[in-house]
Write a protein that binds this ligand. Structure first.
Ligand code: ATP
Ligand code: MG
Length: 559
């Protein structure tokens, strides 16, 4: 199935063709109790993408029905992240709390119609009455209480006469239903808690189930797209819409959540990770949050590309390889990221026959993938730095880099020959003494002699020292915690490697966060927000090896 051809788009296409709606209205409904992650991106791209394709709009809606866990900080961050991802809700920003008064009226409507009752059972008793998957529930003794009595009690609940937990309002549906969500679900509870938006106005709050579908109906949402765990809530969603004087009938459709390997996408887990200091914060570049990905240098386009590769389906057990996200990031950056030289583990290289105190500028391509990207000039001179592992004293046969007596190419610079490796007292190589062939400027030999490979380098004079942080997956196992052990046991102890004393092309010192570049042969890197021109700090976004594309190719050649 190609993108754009999933079952949700098929439903929308059919609804429009049949004239059931003139336009598509969707909503993205986060609960403001944490930061957005890559799983949310799937929902955002779908909810905003469908109306973009078919005509219509997507609302930004906060499901703020639980005042005890929600904060302004999260609301602002979520809006910023959705905008960063490239989507715009125009004037359609809503909060479930905007609808509290109407929801309250509708609750009274249900009571008056005999479709809801105030229950005095405790939370524990309600649970005990609920039954199990195999046994029906039992009616609460308050189920048959007269509507007038329930109405009076409900109004007094609102007036603040009762303590938390004393009473709840329940929809009167069917305690014997095979669907536990239909066994007289709680629709209002007492919470003596101030709300970030309505302050002290309320001490009773609707549950998610009572707020969600009704908010959809109030806002005119035609297609309410949510993840599969709400499939069992759909009968309740429809029951409420049917029993209330709503202005229109929205429909709920469920699709599978994104599960990503080697990380966790549960807000509860991510919150725990931040609170327990297992990462540096919500925007730690190892986090699967949009802020983490942004800080790591992932462009929003790459996230949209990645979501475009995902199936929108009802298959619940889909675990997507982290490598596929990396693949999408790499593909995008390959087209856009300027190439630069950055030496992560520098080894000094001295060209003994290059005049002391002199230097020259050589031209280097900004992006071989993009002819319009042009060239820049890089300083060449007598003292350079190369990558330590580009030298081997006693190399295997196919080593086309630096080794005593063999010619190697410094890309865009010259062909050089290593004459001697200088060692310290412990035997570690600390400097390469080389000679260069002045006839090979640009890295090409005029006589056409063959030199394989091309190494990156920087000059000692025109490079800056930097800190570079390399990242690996947050968890060492594809499904953290799956073996029944503690989740934290699966954390990858090598998820971050900090390298100091790296040497980068001088022009990189002033780069700003978001300006992701490719360090040739090393991967994609971007400045961290703490970076300054005097003390540059770079994050590695992804390396160059595309294990996902490789595996795809292998699989394709087998079939
Ligand atoms: P969590 O289970 O981590 O607490 P949530 O689903 O409660 O997440 P919400 O703020 O309610 O988080 O999510 C807003 C929207 O994003 C919902 O419609 C939800 O279905 C969707 N969403 C959340 N996680 C994913 C995911 N992993 N894949 C796809 N959609 C997701
Ligand atoms: Mg939720």
């Amino acid at each position: 199935m190609s993108a754009g051809d999933d079952f949700i788009r098929a439903v929308v296409r059919a609804d429009l063709a049949a004239g059931r709606h003139d336009e598509v209205v969707t909503r993205f409904p986060p609960e403001p109790n944490g930061y957005l992650h890559i799983g949310h991106a799937k929902s955002i791209c779908l909810n905003f993408g469908v109306p973009q394709e078919f005509g219509g709009r997507c609302h930004m809606r906060f499901d703020d029905t639980n005042p005890t866990k929600e904060e302004h900080e999260f609301i602002e961050a979520i809006l910023e992240d959705v905008r960063w991802l490239g989507f715009d809700w125009g004037s359609h920003l809503y909060f479930a709390s905007d609808h509290f008064e109407r929801l309250y009226e509708w609750a009274e409507h249900l009571i008056q119609a005999g479709d809801a009752y105030v229950d005095d059972l405790s939370a524990e008793e309600i649970r005990a009455h609920r039954g199990t998957l195999t046994e029906p529930g039992r009616d609460s003794p308050y189920r048959t209480r007269p509507a007038a009595e329930s109405l009076d009690l409900f109004r007094r609940m609102r007036a603040g006469e009762f303590p938390e937990g004393a009473r709840v309002l329940r929809a009167k549906i069917d305690m014997a239903s095979g669907n536990i969500n239909m066994r007289d679900p709680v629709i209002y509870r007492i919470l003596h808690a101030a709300h970030p938006r309505t302050g002290e106005d309320w001490c009773i709050y609707p549950t998610y189930d009572f707020a969600h579908g009704q908010s959809d109906a109030i806002e005119g949402v035609t297609h309410s797209l949510c993840t599969l765990e709400f499939e069992d809530h759909r009968p309740l969603y429809d029951w409420l819409i049917e029993h209330l004087p709503v202005p229109m009938v929205p429909r709920q459709y469920e699709f599978s959540r994104l599960n990503l390997s080697h990380t966790v996408l549960s807000k509860r887990r991510l919150t725990q990770m931040v609170e327990e200091g297992r990462v540096d914060g919500w925007d730690d570049p190892r986090m699967p949050t949009l802020r983490g990905l942004r800080r790591r240098g992932v462009p929003p386009e790459a996230i949209r590309d990645f979501v475009g590769l995902l199936a929108i389906s009802k298959t619940s057990d889909n675990l997507v390889e982290q490598a596929m996200l990396d693949h999408a990031v790499r593909e995008r950056l390959n087209k856009t990221a300027p190439r630069r030289f950055g030496v992560l583990r520098p080894l000094k290289l001295t060209i003994e026959n290059y005049p002391e105190g002199e230097g020259e500028w050589v031209d280097a391509l900004n992006n071989p993938e993009d002819p319009d990207a042009g060239t820049r000039q890089v300083r060449f001179g007598r003292t350079l730095y190369v990558e330590a592992d580009d030298f081997m004293e006693d190399p295997p046969k196919k080593f086309f880099r630096l080794t005593p007596g063999r010619e190697a190419r410094l890309r865009y610079g010259y062909l050089v020959t290593c004459q001697e490796a200088v060692k310290d007292s412990s035997g570690a190589v600390i400097e390469l003494r080389c000679t260069y062939d002045p006839e090979t400027r640009g890295g090409q030999a005029p006589d056409g002699r063959k030199v394989r490979g091309a190494l990156h380098w920087v000059s000692a004079q025109d490079s800056v020292e930097a800190e570079v942080r390399l990242y690996d997956s947050l968890f060492a196992t594809p499904l953290p915690g799956a073996d029944g052990g503690a989740l934290w046991d699966d954390l990858n102890p090598a998820s971050r490697t900090v390298l100091t004393g790296c040497r980068l092309e001088a022009g990189l010192a002033g780069a700003a966060p978001g300006e992701t570049v490719q360090f040739e042969r090393q991967g994609y890197f971007c400045p961290d927000p703490v970076s300054t021109p005097d003390a540059p700090v770079f994050n590695r976004t992804v390396g160059l090896r595309d294990s996902w594309a490789r595996a795809q190719k292998r699989a394709a050649s087998k079939s």
